[in-house]
Design a protein around this ligand. Sequence first.
Ligand SMILES: Nc1ncnc2c1ncn2[C@@H]1O[C@H](COP(=O)(O)OP(=O)(O)O)[C@@H](O)[C@H]1O
Ligand SMILES: [Mg+2]
Length: 233
Amino acid sequence: MTGLTIDDLTVRLAGVTILDGVSLRVGPGQVHAVIGPNGAGKTTFVNAVTGLVRSAGARMSLDGSSYRPRTPHHAARLGISRTFQHPVVFRTLSARQHVLTGAAANRAGRDNPACDALVDALLDDIGPGIAAEFGLMRVRLTDLVRALAGTPRVLLMDEPASGLDEADRQRMLERITQVREAGIGVLLIEHDIGLVLAVADHVTVLDDGRAVFSGSPEDVTGDRAVSRAYLGR
Ligand SMILES: Nc1ncnc2c1ncn2[C@@H]1O[C@H](COP(=O)(O)OP(=O)(O)O)[C@@H](O)[C@H]1O
Ligand SMILES: [Mg+2]
């Protein structure tokens, strides 16, 4: 099966079960949104899939080959890149220099001209200067262009629109659409349901470490488990 498939992902940290048997698939060129309240385990999911935290007993595969991420660098070399909820950029480097650091992940020589074109467009958008001078939007775009520079097959985006004003949220949504149009599978974490309905092909709702909903964006708003997750018990 093409794309990223995660089966039965469980994460326990310090004796606490943070994620409990979560399964999902991100197909090529698809946006799979993962939404849920704060503390639901969304970031931990991305951390586990990219080898930043250890998981128990999950089956993970990319384009039909099973993998076990040892480190985020290892995951990125396989073609699984991510952006960060709280991006940390190299303060003294330009966006173009961030691209050089990200490109090192593509030792396998994956080829994707649409992804290369998007990297160039993002560099134009970010413009010159070093990251220490960037506001939040340019920092988020720098994190994104760094991740895309590795020519990923799948990109996991952890709340790329958080903290942005409405105009920048829309610009970020357009960029996410372009990532999917480049054939890259996108796992999009967001806690604003409204934002994801516009772009998602599939939605998983996490609540307290469990997937309480998996289905189409059309069905998510009427779902009772979803309202419970958002409105409290
Ligand atoms: N390293 C850790 N050790 C123990 N608990 C953690 C650790 N990291 C996260 N958690 C807990 O796991 C839960 C899920 O966190 P997180 O994945 O950041 O949620 P989300 O991204 O959905 O807001 C929270 O209760 C958080 O406090
Ligand atoms: Mg988070």
